[in-house]
Design a protein around this ligand. Sequence first.
Ligand code: C6P
Length: 420
Amino acid sequence: MKAVSHLAESRAQSGGFDVMRLREDFPILKQKVHGKPLVYLDNGATSQKPQSVIDALNHYYTAENSNIHRGVHHLSERATAAYEAAREKIRRYINARSDREIIYVRGTTEGINLVTQSYGRSFLKSGDEIIVSAMEHHSNIVPWQILCEQVGAKLRVIPINHDGEIVMEEYHRLLTDRTKFVSMTHVSNALGTIVPVKEMVASAHALGVPVLLDGAQAVPHLRVDVQDLDCDFYAFSGHKMFGPTGVGVLYGRAELLEKMPPYQGGGDMISLVTFEKTHYNVLPYKFEAGTPHIAGGIGLGAAIDYLLALDWNALAAHEHRLLSYATDLLTDIDGVRIIGTAKEKAGVLSFVLDHVHAHDVGTILDQEGVAVRAGHHCAMPVMQRFGVPATTRASFAFYNTTEEIDVLAQAIHRVRKVFG
Ligand code: C6P
């Protein structure tokens, strides 16, 4: 890659979004893989971390490491203040009303399990119906299936069309007085579809049905406002939004969280324990048993600081350009079929290549320095819907460039050559 011409090109093509400047913030992107410059297109699995997030983790362990909410000593007070300040940043970032509504969890998966086991086990019963869609990640299917086994509820599935969009008439047909919960992805990890969740929340609320949104793939690409969406729960993972692994967030509407029993018992989630009776802590701590991922929370706060400093209009335009550039380029390659052609998409390009298994595609791309995901993407029902065992998925972040997409396309041509 020629750095200067690359810089000029990236600027010219990205409406002033200075991609090359931003890439400097991500040290991992400078490395070579198999002797080739790393082209990291597996951001849907996990995104890379800017230096400021790495520094925040380092600073915590170097200067502040201590347990929180417990100590009376200086370090504990500093760690507690940093962790709670990060909670407030998260609240502001998604525009929740109160930081009582921001529950730290391990990630999207734990956030959804918290809702199924706390809300679901308390308020759903035999014969009730839960609606999900055919494009859910396993994290938004299996916890509901476990709940259905526990309480005798039924899972109803909204079909998707051939472009990978929700069939809205079917959603409206499935919404009945038996529906007691709707749980939907905001952006599909396997297809990239942006789901019209605001409209879907409104339809569910018209029947008094609460809605959880799985925001794992939305928060890295869209500015999310939970009050505007009017959802009841919103779950997401820090590691997909340039923060650390092992930390995520469940937003919940305070009036629902108040009614819900704790998900796990242990330290910090209580106000008084006796053998006769235990009183639980106030929100959000009622749902945060045990020592949390303190460094992770602080690191997530640093990721939010980083994201807030970006020009989101320019970022969105740049990501849109990446996606349409990649779509055009791959569509022109003989034997490539794109899976997921919704009108509204974010950051994901899944495809199959005639007569070549996705794992072989992924392995050859890796030899060219290109990191993609190959497989079912923890969304087996999506693969079944499209009649494929697996896809190869390139997933983008704002630090990717059109030049990297050229490398991806050339590498796919190489796969075709290898497989004749
Ligand atoms: N998808 C992917 O490569 P966790 O693992 O809890 O951070 O996120 C789970 C999850 C839930 N919902 C959606 C829409 C997701 O995309 C993911 C994670 C990764 O697509 C890893 S399987």
